[in-house]
Design a protein around this ligand. Structure first.
Ligand SMILES: Cc1cc2nc3c(=O)[nH]c(=O)nc-3n(C[C@H](O)[C@H](O)[C@H](O)COP(=O)(O)OP(=O)(O)OC[C@H]3O[C@@H](n4cnc5c(N)ncnc54)[C@H](O)[C@@H]3O)c2cc1C
Length: 348
């Protein structure tokens, strides 16, 4: 079988790139291990425009935000599926300094001001005593639903297979690459944290972290459909069910849920809301982090036809569509990748 791009991994990264390459007229085969527990399948899927304690907006945020919104809406329209939910995020201040810093930043940066609205949460249910604000362009990508919809779309065009691609089995020549009976122009590894086992990329400074998420049932609690963020986030997922997370455990042995993390998240929830709740599920997965949550993409320095797309980190839902589009243009047209992202400009 011949294809243009063999994509290894159908997490968020592989899925986003497949959409962009196919929409730009390329043939793609995505091969995925179909594991139950991956970063993308466990991720909360929050799209948080104003993140961090300093309220500093990253360069290019408005463009990436509107690109992501448009991309998910287009895929929903095209597939007739629903997985992207536009939701306000209520950001509660965590200490006495934050409101002062937020006020200063809002005066300095008109973009921040545009993104924010006054807090409007029921204060009999939630501890809003320190104040806060609401982010207007936030949202929730139901990542497992997006992955499944993408998988179905790939299957319809014979562009998906279940399998495990060992990097050592991928033969690279000047003509292209070969894996088993597949011949492709190039191979893109979008393996998340498992890139650590890939002999082409075992030199990357992977700094992956495990993260725990609880699903909780909270009767008689309605924050108006909003996501609440106060150090941890609380995400309404329908009816009386909510997700709460997350943490970063760099010192992990497996993706098994951590009992201490569950206790910490439950304590946090008790401090946040004045309602009884019941934990119904505890999940954990390992996020791919390269350096400080920096996206790494592009061609291998020694192998033109071996490509990486990784490091989406905690802003993968927001930044991923824009980076996937840039990478697709880079592969097809040769347009340069941003220096901060291009693997070849970031050798260790
Ligand atoms: C607890 C938690 C909460 C998070 N919350 C958010 C959030 O709110 N917002 C946000 O934007 N991000 C969040 N993230 C981060 C987000 O999950 C990641 O940025 C993103 O999902 C990474 O996608 P990926 O495709 O790079 O990796 P993965 O999701 O790990 O996907 C890699 C895929 O490749 C497959 N694979 C690996 N090796 C092979 C091989 N050799 N052959 C075939 N297939 C292979 C795997 O099975 C998997 O399907 C969270 C992560 C965690 C763990």
């Amino acid at each position: 079988m011949k294809t243009d791009y063999l994509i290894v991994g159908q997490g968020l990264a592989g899925s986003l790139l497949a959409w962009h390459l196919i929409q730009k007229g390329k043939r793609v085969l995505v091969v995925d291990r179909d594991e139950e527990n991956t970063s993308s399948k466990v991720a909360a899927g929050l799209m948080t425009p104003v993140a961090g304690a300093r309220f500093k907006l990253p360069a290019g945020l408005p463009e990436r935000l509107s690109f992501a919104n448009q991309f998910y809406w287009d895929v929903e329209e095209r597939t007739g599926q629903r997985f992207f939910h536009h939701k306000r995020i209520a950001r509660l201040f965590r200490n006495a300094e934050e409101p002062i810093r937020f006020q200063e930043r809002s005066e300095e940066d008109p973009e921040l001001k545009k993104l924010c609205a006054p807090l409007a949460l029921p204060d009999d249910l939630i501890d809003t005593s320190q104040g806060g604000f609401e982010m207007k362009q936030g949202g929730w990508l139901d990542v497992p639903a997006f992955l499944e919809c993408t998988r179905q779309w790939l299957l319809e065009q014979a562009s998906y297979a279940i399998g495990s691609v060992r990097s050592e089995e991928v033969k690279v020549s000047l003509e292209g690459i070969r894996w088993k009976n597949i011949e492709a122009e190039s191979v893109v590894f979008a393996q998340g944290w498992q890139a650590a086992d890939n002999h082409f990329f075992d030199w990357l400074p992977m700094n992956s972290a495990a993260g725990d998420i609880l699903t909780v049932e909270i009767p008689d609690f309605d924050p108006g459909g909003k996501i609440i963020n106060k150090g941890k986030w609380l995400l309404p997922i329908g009816g009386t069910l909510f997700k709460i997370g997350s943490n970063y455990r760099h010192d992990f042995e497996s993706d098994a849920p951590c009992p201490q993390a569950r206790e910490d998240l439950e304590r946090h929830l008790r401090e946040l809301i004045d309602r009884p709740f019941k934990t119904v599920k505890h999940e954990c997965a390992i996020r791919p982090i390269i350096r400080r949550s920096q996206v790494f993409a592009g061609r291998h320095p020694g192998h033109e036809k071996v490509i990486l797309f990784n490091g989406l980190g905690s802003k993968g839902v927001l930044n991923g569509p824009w980076h996937a589009d840039r990478l697709a243009d880079h592969l097809i047209e040769g347009t340069p990748l941003p220096d901060s992202v291009d693997l070849r400009s970031n050798l260790i």
